[in-house]
Design a binder for this molecule. Structure first.
Ligand code: PMP
Length: 386
């Protein structure tokens, strides 16, 4: 029985100042603290002040399908997608959620039929995001059930396929693999932003999930959004959130609106003299630099193999770019069967491939931690030799 490792469970000890080997380097979670520096540099520009009398009501926009959606947040979501060119918003309804984790569950609820005899199968191609199985099954719903790797899903029962693109854990762009009648697809596009991958097409899927967690690094704000084409599905997703939490924190939505506004404003600097003030440029350079350093360390140790990515033309930056995923999906070489345990021996905490429907030779390593932690990680890695 596989233990669920929460994406957000507290770390053992993350602050790593120097390399005494007893310091635990925890790269298990995808906690996006690397962006703190950018936001510190933004100073007051990203500040939100909310007085005691403000945002008190349950309601935000009673004329809208998603009646708890703050109009200011919706406006900034549309503006950012328009600027980045990663997803169509014109014909889509926006449903806001407490992180995209809540929206994922809202989508399962909305897409499964309450009259069905059997729960609908939920599948995703391995290696899949480790939270999908446990989030799908923890309430033992009669509506839906986890059915594992989409590649091995046979039979003709109804299904919901989760397509994560770029994928967590391996960073590759993906498409649906089952492609049969009786199936619906949910696109989790948490990482479809220019700092992780070239923006190669304007996504226009029926249900697309996004989150500020991975876009701007504000995981603690717990705000995600779904772009939903079908009105009835948007209504059912809204109903789920109404039953689950009677809406989504307005304070968080207002903060997220501000953050997205600052990111969009920073896009004005693209390819100007102040290019590095552009959030995506800044983040993309940091990611590129980290990946270079990781590949150097891996070459020195001979310990891993890493996925290789080809450059592609990015519609946002207007140039060819190589993907720099939020996670390094690493395969241990040299006959090491349990990579997570091996690295744990060096006080490096990663997440085993088995949580992603893959072999224990693989581990997922977060590339999004603070500079100090990342420095310590590559230093320690380059000193491990097989
Ligand atoms: N989908 C994917 C693919 C993710 O990697 C994550 C975060 N690790 C989420 C969804 C959940 O994000 P949120 O913080 O918005 O709940």
């Amino acid at each position: 029985h596989e233990a669920y490792v929460s994406e957000s469970s507290p770390s053992l000890s993350t602050e790593a100042e120097e390399d005494g080997k007893e310091k635990v380097v925890n790269l298990d979670h995808g906690d996006p603290t690397m962006y703190e520096q950018f936001w510190q540099n933004m100073g007051d520009k990203s500040m939100v002040v909310i007085s005691g009398w403000q945002s008190m009501s349950y309601f935000s926009d009673i004329g809208n399908i998603c009646w708890f959606l703050e109009p200011e947040f919706a406006k900034e979501v549309r503006r950012l997608h328009q600027l980045v060119g990663n997803a169509v918003t014109r014909d889509h309804h926006i449903v806001v959620g407490t992180g995209s984790t809540q929206l994922f569950q809202a989508a399962l609820y909305a897409l499964s039929s309450s009259g069905a005899f059997e729960p609908v199968n939920v599948v995703s191609a391995a290696p899949y995001y480790s939270s999908y199985p446990s989030v799908t099954d923890y309430l033992k719903s009669g509506l839906y059930k986890w059915a594992g790797d989409a590649y091995s899903f046979k039979g003709d029962e109804p299904y919901i396929e989760l397509v994560t693109s770029p994928n967590n854990p391996d960073g590759f762009m993906r498409q649906a693999v089952v492609n049969r009648n009786g199936g619906v697809v949910v696109h989790d596009l948490a990482y479809y932003w220019p700092h992780y991958t070239p923006i190669t097409y304007l996504a226009n899927h029926d249900i697309m999930l996004f989150t500020v967690s991975k876009c701007t690094g504000h995981a603690g704000t717990r705000i995600g959004w779904a772009l939903v084409k079908d009105k009835e599905i948007a209504k059912k997703m809204t109903k789920f959130i109404e039953l689950n939490t009677i809406g989504v924190s307005k304070d968080s939505q207002l903060r997220a609106a501000k953050i997205l506004q600052v990111v969009s404003d920073s896009c004005e600097h693209l390819n100007s003299r102040e290019d590095s003030k552009n959030f995506f440029r800044h983040a993309s350079r940091l990611m590129a630099e980290r990946w270079d350093r990781l590949r150097d360390a891996v070459r020195q140790s001979g310990l891993f193999s890493l996925p290789e990515f080809m450059p592609e033309s990015c519609n946002y930056f207007g140039e060819a770019n190589t993907p720099h995923p939020a996670f390094a999906w690493s395969k241990c070489e040299g006959g090491i069967e349990d990579c997570e345990s091996f690295l744990r021996g060096y006080n490096i905490i990663t997440r085993s491939g088995k949580h992603f429907g893959a072999e224990a030779k693989y581990v997922r390593i977060s590339m999004l931690d603070r500079e100090q932690t990342f420095n310590l990680f590559v230093k320690r890695l380059s000193n491990i030799s097989l």
